[in-house]
Design a binder for this molecule. Structure first.
Ligand SMILES: Cc1ncc(COP(=O)(O)O)c(C=O)c1O
Length: 494
């Protein structure tokens, strides 16, 4: 018998268009969910076992032709067809991130439970701008920020999760500028404001300077040493020059795990220098801050605690699905500076104290995803121990690969890796020096288009290097040997 309550629900549903009911049908959701999870599990398992190509290469112009359907006025496919397309076109056309031959970009091999958390975040759609639009989401974020702060060595820090490291860097630099200039409010500052950053700093730093209206020329490039680390003497010299030129430094940006080589700037020395000269130190640890998770590698970041702000990407060495980044400020109050020229009212009780819990005060984003859940779940389920193992494995793989390459006279390794990035050149006997750059480019192109391996390239001081990022915990010594063999086979074919 239908209860009165169920009867009312059924009556209400009668007034709703069938199509709408179908869109929100929870039974369908359950069934489709099982099918899609099964499909994904099979796909990722195949990738992990290396049973597929790492990339089914197609020229983008060609691929584009396949996605030129007319706008669907009505349903054009049913769920079965959707799942077929998902399997055959979308998953097959994706870069296989979990494949042990995927050695390209600094993109995490996501932990599956974290991806399920993203599903929860998507379906519950907590807007998060203010506390009431995501109460538990807000608390999860605060909890995660506290954990990351603790790892940095800060007890009273605060921060926010953003959709990516580029946005996090912009947020930190806006806050840094706020300490020295009123330009946010007045729109003008006659002084020359500048940022000092190493030549290997990520492009999001100079882009932030552009967005902030400082001009990308305001980023003064500091030289790096042979290991790709910021040269502190050059930093001191640049500081002196700025003082002489009456330029106002809003921040020094140190990079912990720079993009081209994974090198970590000497944070302790830079930190002491900045602290004693009243200069805001921002550490872009998007890539390398996760070394803090590992008892074997934590020391590489000594001095990070001297920073005023730190950026830390979850979707890199925290093994999260993209995107989730943390921007954390040593001084909790500074975490409100970026987007509010005078947030003191938040701290002085002039407004409702609960305003402090509205994350939108601290970030450019208004609506944003519940990003804390996946980090909270992963830390809670696997602990520092589990996450530390992933970091150890990737750093160890990089050390191993560099050692393997160094044994071959036909390879030149840029440097002993400090994190998990290995840059190398293939130097076949008899090939003229001026042809070496083209050789690396051709090699990479052929390898990625064959779908055997994925690797990247980087230009450093006019030389092109092949670049591998060892992120994948399933990559073994055999896979790395196989890359070396692939390079030799390529040589025979060309
Ligand atoms: C050092 C560094 N900073 C910032 C970024 C930008 O981060 P995201 O891609 O999360 O925006 C990257 C990206 O690779 C990076 O390597």
């Amino acid at each position: 018998m239908v209860s009165q309550e169920d009867g009312l629900t059924l009556m209400n549903e009668k007034n709703i268009d069938q199509k709408i009911l179908q869109m929100f049908d929870m039974e369908e959701f359950r069934t489709n969910g099982h099918t899609i999870i099964d499909l994904l599990a099979k796909h990722i398992q195949n990738n992990i076992r290396g049973h597929s190509k790492v990339l089914n290469w197609q020229e983008p112009e060609q691929a584009d032709l396949n996605w030129n359907e007319p706008l669907p006025e009505e349903s054009t496919i049913d769920i079965k067809e959707f799942i077929k397309q998902l399997e055959n076109n979308i998953l097959e056309g994706s870069l296989a991130i979990h494949h042990p031959h995927n050695l390209g970009h600094q993109v995490a091999t996501p932990i599956p439970i974290a991806a399920l958390c993203d599903l929860v975040a998507s379906l519950t759609n907590q807007a998060m701008a203010v506390y009431e639009t995501g109460p538990s989401a807000t608390m999860l974020e605060r909890q995660v920020i506290r954990w990351l702060s603790q790892l940095i060595g800060w007890m009273n820090a605060e921060g926010v999760l953003t959709s990516g490291g580029a946005l996090a860097n912009l947020t930190a630099l806006l806050a840094a500028r706020q300490q020295k200039s009123d330009i946010w409010k007045t729109g003008k500052d006659d002084r020359k404001l500048c940022i000092l950053a190493s030549e290997h700093s990520h492009y999001s730093i100079s882009r932030a300077a552009g967005i902030m209206g400082l001009g990308t020329d305001s980023v003064i490039t500091i030289k790096t040493d042979i290991q790709g680390k910021m040269d502190v003497n050059d930093l001191k010299q640049a500081h002196k020059t700025c003082v002489n030129n009456k330029q106002t430094i809003i921040a020094v940006v140190a990079t912990a795990g720079c993009t081209p080589t994974g090198s970590i700037d000497p944070l302790l020395e830079i930190g002491h220098y900045c602290n004693s000269n009243d200069i805001w130190l921002h550490v872009d640890g998007a890539h390398g801050a996760s070394a803090l998770l590992s008892s074997s590698h934590r020391d590489k970041l000594r001095g990070i605690e001297l920073a005023d702000s730190v950026v830390w990407d979850g979707h890199k060495l925290l093994y999260m699905p993209a995107a989730v980044s943390a921007v954390i400020f040593r001084d909790a109050k500074a975490s409100f500076s970026a987007f509010s020229q005078d947030a003191s009212y938040l701290f002085q009780g002039e407004s409702n104290e609960s305003e402090l819990f509205n994350v939108s005060y601290r970030t450019l984003e208004c609506t944003k995803k519940m990003m804390g859940l996946k980090l909270w779940a992963t830390f809670s389920l696997f602990g520092l121990e589990g996450l530390g193992l992933l970091v150890d494995k990737s750093f160890e793989n990089a050390r191993l690969f560099a050692a393997m390459l160094s044994k071959h006279p036909q390879f030149s390794v840029l440097m002993e890796p400090q994190t998990n990035i290995v840059c190398f050149r293939h130097m076949p006997k008899g090939l003229a020096y001026e042809k070496l750059n083209d050789h690396q480019l051709g090699l990479r192109k052929r390898i990625i288009e064959s779908g055997e391996f994925h690797l990247t390239q980087v230009k450093l001081h006019d030389r092109i290097w092949l670049r591998t990022t060892l992120m994948n915990p399933f990559t073994t010594q055999d896979h790395l040997s196989s890359l070396i063999k692939t390079i030799f086979c390529d040589l025979q074919d060309h």
